[in-house]
Unconditional design. Structure first.
Length: 414
């Protein structure tokens, strides 16, 4: 990034702090790298009444817009209102970066926005619903409406993803898995050229997620006793995250490492169902549901755990993997999203096929029982994240992409 070229960027994102999620985190960290460099960044995000947002860098301005509070429908209602705000602001941006698939534009919007558009597909609805089974959805909980909408309503929204891939000046995806899919997605052909769909992963803030934040005894306030091994799993408690399978793996872990404790960080519609599962398996006293932690506590939890374990059924990338590795904690994950890219198999952690609860349990136990292996994996994982996955590294790749689309002649969408 050259100091003589200060850009003005608009980020369109459904999530932004204090709503912390994979997309919100990424936009927050990326925008702050640009802001510190001198770029002007406008963030257009969903209105959150009564919620105080964290203080931002002076070069970042947040614009809130209304949205329809309904599963799936919020994606296009937010997209429509975001485009209206871009028009009100003058649309004088060097690039408008739309973070899909939770912010979806209509076909006409690609003509209306005069600035170059970069769309990032943080996963696809096809992928989201591919692993959802009706029997896994807690029908008694109103919060499960989102899972039901993904399974049965999201096919109506596939066309909006096609628009993003076809009509943006450039489209990015987070993982090789998703890249291979969208490149062969039926009916998708970018009007600016075959090289305009690229893979650029989400980065990780290696200062926030850092082994230095480790605190011995941190988990004691949650009921963990001195000498007990700690496994953390960070996930929304929803069907797609496979927390039930994670608990099943942990049951097997307790047979070889009886002092192990599983700490589940997150909230969601499946909590009661998961507590019942742990009770039925006879391990409820060893499974601790921590709910939603403050960001400071989350950073400390990553760094203080012995192992991070995760049995997600599908991901666009899986940022929690990079956050754990950056914190110096080895990872055992399913092979979803970018897991096979972020985890150096056998050196910084392990990954297994979705559903392989036995294999996952074996790897978790192996790490827990070998202090030297655990320390070595943590150190190597940290180095890998600093070298290849920090936001400082990833943002440079986006900066190059932004500049590559500046000379485009706007094409008419038909």
């Amino acid at each position: 990034m050259g100091a003589q070229e200060k850009m003005k960027i608009c980020m369109v994102t459904s999530e932004f702090p204090p709503k912390w999620g994979g997309v919100g985190n990424g936009v927050h960290f990326q925008s702050n790298v640009y802001a510190k460099f001198g770029y002007k960044v406008d963030i257009i995000t969903r209105e959150m009444k009564g919620v105080k947002r964290p203080k931002q860098h002076k070069n970042i301005t947040i614009h809130e817009v209304k949205w329809l509070y309904a599963p799936m429908l919020f994606t296009t209602s937010f997209g429509r209102n975001a485009v209206s705000r871009i028009m009100e602001l003058g649309c004088d941006y060097d690039v408008v970066h739309v973070h899909s698939n939770m912010a979806l534009l209509y076909k006409k919007h690609y003509d209306q926005i005069s600035s170059p558009i970069v769309s990032t597909m943080h996963g696809t609805w096809v992928g989201e619903r591919s692993q959802l089974r009706l029997k896994d959805i807690s029908l008694s909980d109103i919060m499960s409406l989102n899972d039901l909408a993904i399974k049965y309503v999201s096919p109506l929204y596939d066309k909006y993803e096609d628009y993003a891939l076809s009509y943006s000046n450039a489209a990015t995806v987070d993982s090789i898995q998703e890249y291979n899919y969208v490149r062969t997605r039926p009916g998708v052909k970018n009007i600016y050229g075959k090289d305009r769909i690229v893979r650029i992963p989400e980065g990780v803030d290696v200062e926030l997620f850092n082994p230095k934040k480790r605190k011995d005894g941190f988990f004691e306030k949650f009921g963990v006793k001195k000498g007990q091994k700690t496994i953390i799993s960070v996930a929304r408690l929803a069907a797609r995250k496979g927390v039930d399978r994670m608990i099943g793996s942990f049951k097997a872990v307790t047979r070889s490492v009886p002092e192990a404790r599983l700490l589940i960080i997150g909230v969601g519609p499946q909590e009661r169902k998961l507590r019942r599962l742990a009770r039925d398996l006879g391990i409820l006293k060893k499974v601790m549901f921590l709910g939603k932690l403050s960001f400071d506590d989350l950073e400390t939890a990553y760094a203080s755990a012995d192992v991070f374990a995760w049995h997600s059924l599908w991901e666009g990338q899986g940022l929690v993997i990079s956050e754990s590795l950056a914190a110096g904690t080895p990872v055992v994950s399913t092979k979803v999203g970018g897991a096979s890219e972020m985890i150096d198999l056998g050196r910084t952690g392990y990954y297994v096929p979705v559903g392989d609860t036995k294999g996952m349990a074996g790897y978790i136990s192996k790490i827990l029982k070998d202090d030297e292996l655990r320390a070595r994996m943590g150190e190597l994982g940290r180095k890998q994240m600093e070298k290849d996955w920090s936001w400082q590294v990833i943002t440079k790749r986006y900066d190059e992409l932004y500049k590559s689309v500046q000379g485009d002649k706007k094409r008419i969408v038909r």
